[in-house]
Design a protein around this ligand. Structure first.
Ligand SMILES: Nc1ncnc2c1ncn2[C@@H]1O[C@H](COP(=O)(O)OP(=O)(O)O)[C@@H](O)[C@H]1O
Ligand SMILES: [Mg+2]
Length: 366
């Protein structure tokens, strides 16, 4: 799939911009704080329904304005499409797909897909499990609406259960109410674990393959989904999940939050047998992050039959020349939106690329 045009108004520091894109590599150059990330962030919004940088929609609206508007036109295997988002300072955002308003965020999933790679994404590897769960969740939601719905129901139930734990005066009082949420957490949690595990199994193979190519066979990248809930199939997992919640109730009551479950799960990443979070050098972390991103591209291609949009936000300078070349030449079919503070040389970018300059919120083709 390819984005053909981005239009925004009162979106962050971009007042009113309409940017037609090229099919392949699109390079947005400009100094810091000019609006490069802001521009590509609008595409992410149309794919996922929110920003990769904040959960507060209000931050996305140009300061002093009441409303922002983003519209992305694209082509995909089914033809042409258009996603529009209106953000309102005082009300919920409105999203429409091909001019039809959607009522639930889940309905947005799957129309336009993207993979976002920024220096912060290297956190996926080196930082908290929450980052690695988010990484899986973003991809799974985009490729599986039911996953999105499971995850929303799960998060709501978890918040409710935690609320009960905060408000109950005795553990007996908590017990009387949590069982309603336990049931739902166990079922949705089991579904989430199965899907994440399946995703990791696929990712594992692709990531190992890419990592081996990127390191000329010197390093072996391994990854596995890690959960404390035992079991394989749905009923076994859901049963054990429920038991774990029940067993931990006393502890949870003291902690005032839910300690067991897939909100604590993780992805273990190893290079040639060693946990990269503890032993990886900066260079290794970057290469492993790149391997994961390229593996994600392959998963999408395999699942939906075409590549998602690849957004490379300020990440090129983090990589050495050989890895830059591999990334930009990954596949001719792939559309890339790339932001950079320094010029990307033509010999690296190739002939089919389109250059833009971004200055003070204004994007001009070069
Ligand atoms: N809601 C907003 N309204 C106006 N300006 C904003 C808003 N949010 C961020 N900015 C401005 O946008 C600029 C950062 O843009 P960004 O796209 O992150 O820069 P870069 O070109 O370095 O990627 C900053 O100058 C910031 O003050
Ligand atoms: Mg930026």
């Amino acid at each position: 799939m390819k984005v053909t045009e981005i239009s925004v108004s009162n979106w962050r520091n971009l007042e009113r911009q309409k940017v037609p894109l090229g099919d392949k590599l699109n390079i947005f150059c400009g100094d810091n704080a000019q609006g490069k990330t802001n521009l590509v962030e609008s595409v992410y919004l149309c794919c996922i329904g929110k920003s990769p940088r904040t959960d507060r929609d209000k931050e996305l609206i140009r300061w002093g304005k009441e409303r922002a508007y983003v519209r992305v036109r694209y082509t995909c295997r089914f033809g042409e499409g258009e996603i529009a988002v209106t953000l309102n300072a005082g009300a919920k955002k409105q999203i429409s797909v091909n001019s039809v308003a959607i009522s639930r965020m889940g309905e947005l999933m799957g129309y336009l897909n993207c993979i976002y790679f920024s220096p912060e994404e290297i956190r996926i590897i080196s930082e908290s499990p929450a980052e690695r769960r988010r990484f899986m969740d973003v991809d799974l939601c985009q490729t599986d609406k039911n996953y999105y719905y499971s995850l929303s129901r799960f998060n709501k139930a978890l918040a409710q259960r935690n609320n009960v734990l905060k408000q109950a005066r005795t553990v007996e009082e908590a017990k009387e109410t949590v069982f309603v949420w336990d049931e739902q957490l166990a079922e949705e949690g089991a579904r989430i674990i199965m899907k994440r595990r399946n995703f990791c199994d696929k990712l594992k193979n692709y990531a190992a393959e890419t990592h081996s190519a990127l390191t000329e066979g010197k390093e072996r990248l391994e990854l596995d989904y890690v959960t404390h809930i035992k079991g394989e199939g749905f009923s076994e997992l859901a049963g054990n999940y429920k038991n774990a919640l029940e067993t931990n109730l006393d502890k949870d009551f003291n902690l005032r939050y839910t300690s067991a479950g897939c909100q604590r799960d993780d992805v273990a990443l190893k290079i040639s047998g060693i946990d990269i979070r503890t032993f990886g050098s900066q260079g290794q972390l970057r290469t492993a992050a790149l391997s994961l991103k390229l593996a994600e591209l392959k998963i999408f291609k395999n699942l939906i039959g075409e590549y998602p949009i690849l957004i490379l936000d300020d990440v090129l300078s983090e990589l050495d020349a050989e890895r830059q070349r591999r990334l930009l030449n990954f596949d001719d079919e792939l559309q890339i939106l790339l932001t950079a503070a320094t010029d990307v040389p033509q010999e690296l970018a190739g002939d089919d690329c389109k250059y833009f300059t971004i200055r003070n919120g204004v994007c001009t083709p070069r």
